[in-house]
Design a binder for this molecule. Structure first.
Ligand code: FE2
Length: 500
């Protein structure tokens, strides 16, 4: 579709469109449908100019092409076709982004200062790339500029409602702090205000008050992903299987379903089409919580079939040893695994899972893990921050984990809410920061499956192989077990396989 054609559609609908919106739409494979324009018209808050941000707000993150969950059927004759075996391994794990064998944190005051300064500097760099942030100034230098327009980038020290119903945000940069106000009359910003969280870095455009001591916010920007970005594809037709939260050792571990998953990987289960997909799988990422662990929560022993953590790892290692030779396996820890709990987490310790370390095609990595697979950038993170996002931010839920993942992407941080349930180690640098937008973002932890696409990033939560636990029952969390996403890295098509 030609850009003039898209522009005309907007004009026909009596809507003005920002040039960035056109650029964003042109980058999409399937530019805007008339229905979206129509829906925009019906919105009371439709702005005078359609910006890319507004477009995002009215278009729910549309899932990429997801084939319906398919249940594999037993076959008599195993498939011999494994195209993935014909391609060499092309996996680069970013060891500089992996905390394993790198933690220097002693948790002193200077350590926290360095950590937050690193977070500020790197996110400020991301924000400076935005057009609106061209004239950014130091916070100290905006004070006293009565009634002048100013632009700043600050870390949120505090955010709270005032008695008059405005929202007061205290902003800090290395030069100083300034109070900034969202007026309750600004409906767009008021709607956005519950998403502003402490210790994140935001861009603010506004006007200083008459006395020059308060910044009235006109525009507020999260670092976010660039609007127009092409998702990188693998030149080779290989696929990536994503799983997490297997919880071997738990009474709720769905061993039969996991056995089916392994049999499908072995080419012993599935329709010809399903076997064809299995034959393409060249990489398997296990995003943490391989075992249920021991002493993770009170009275856990009552819910364990295997009460010894070494034996829990032996159990899962037995299954993984059956995965075909040509498949590279990336193993990351979660909060149930045998490594430190504070994030970033180093790889699962060798003494607990020696079998993994003996297998040359198993890559033991920390949490999070940054990797490039056949040219496609992947970030895998266990996903513990989802608990904080879902419990703090309006309209988030465990049944739609991908929405909470989009929140993290917009903040360019895997754990954007500091000081919640995620224990954080103040390393010299912020290992959970998203400097470069990934092509695929993979989380687990919440035991529900979710797939979405946002500005050139495929967002996937890989669910679980554990039935509902008593803890989840109490908290009304309904798991979505034994459904796993497979991503074709050449076509960027996601298929959900169901192993129930
Ligand atoms: Fe977890």
């Amino acid at each position: 579709m030609h850009d003039a054609e898209i522009l005309n559609r907007f004009l026909d609908a009596e809507l003005n469109v920002h040039p960035d919106t056109l650029t964003a739409l042109m980058a999409q494979e399937d530019p805007l449908e008339i229905g979206v324009i129509a829906s925009a018209r019906t919105l009371q808050d439709c702005p005078p100019v359609i910006t890319p941000e507004f477009l995002d707000s009215i278009q729910p993150a549309s899932p990429p092409e997801v084939a319906p969950a398919e249940k594999p059927v037993e076959v008599k004759r195993p498939s011999r076709k494994t195209p993935a075996a014909e391609y060499d391994e092309n996996l680069k794990i970013r060891t500089d982004r992996d905390i394993t064998r790198r933690s220097y944190s002693v948790g002193d005051i200077e350590g926290f200062f360095r950590y937050f300064n690193d977070r500020y500097q790197r996110l400020a760099r991301v924000l400076r790339e935005r057009d609106q942030m061209r004239d950014v100034m130091d916070i100290e230098s905006v004070k006293g500029r009565a009634q002048e327009e100013v632009t700043v980038i600050g870390m949120v020290q505090d955010v709270r409602p005032t008695r008059k119903g405005h929202v007061l945000i205290s902003l800090e940069d290395p030069t100083g702090t300034v109070p900034a106000l969202i007026l309750n009359s600004d409906r767009t910003l008021m709607r956005l205000s519950p998403e502003v969280v402490k210790d994140e870095v935001i861009g603010v455009v506004g006007k200083m008050s008459r006395k020059g001591d308060l910044l009235i916010i006109n525009d507020l920007l999260f670092p976010d992903l660039p609007v127009a970005r092409k998702q990188k594809r693998s030149p080779d037709p290989v696929a990536l299987a994503l799983i997490s939260d297997v919880h071997a050792g738990s009474t709720m571990f769905m061993e039969e379903a996991f056995e089916k998953f392994i049999r499908w990987m072995e080419g012993r289960l599935g329709s010809p089409r399903q076997q064809e997909l299995a034959g393409k799988v060249k990489y398997l990422v296990i995003g943490g919580d391989l075992v249920d662990g021991v002493g993770i929560y009170p009275e856990q022993e009552n819910e364990l079939v295997i009460k010894d953590i070494f034996q829990q790892y032996e159990k899962i290692a037995e299954y993984i040893s059956r995965i075909p030779e040509h498949v590279e396996v990336i193993i990351m820890p979660g909060n149930h695994d045998a490594t430190r709990q504070a994030e970033p987490q180093p790889a699962i310790l060798e003494e607990f899972a020696p079998a993994f370390y003996d297998d040359p095609r198993i890559h033991m990595v920390g949490n999070p893990c940054f990797a490039t697979i056949h040219g496609v950038d992947l970030i895998s993170y266990h996903g513990r921050s989802l608990d904080d996002i879902i419990s703090t931010i309006p309209d988030q839920s465990y049944s739609d984990p991908e929405k909470a993942m989009l929140f993290a992407l917009k903040k360019r941080h895997l754990a954007p809410i500091y000081g919640g349930k995620v224990p954080m180690s103040p390393e010299e640098r912020d290992y959970l920061l998203i400097d470069q937008p990934p092509d695929i973002l993979h989380f687990g932890h919440v035991h529900t499956v979710g797939v979405a696409s946002y500005r050139g990033t495929t967002v996937v939560n890989s669910g679980t192989f554990q039935k509902q636990t008593s803890y989840q029952r109490k908290n009304n969390v309904k798991p979505d077990p034994a459904r796993i996403p497979i991503i074709d890295l050449h076509e960027h098509k996601t298929t959900l396989m169901r192993f129930l």
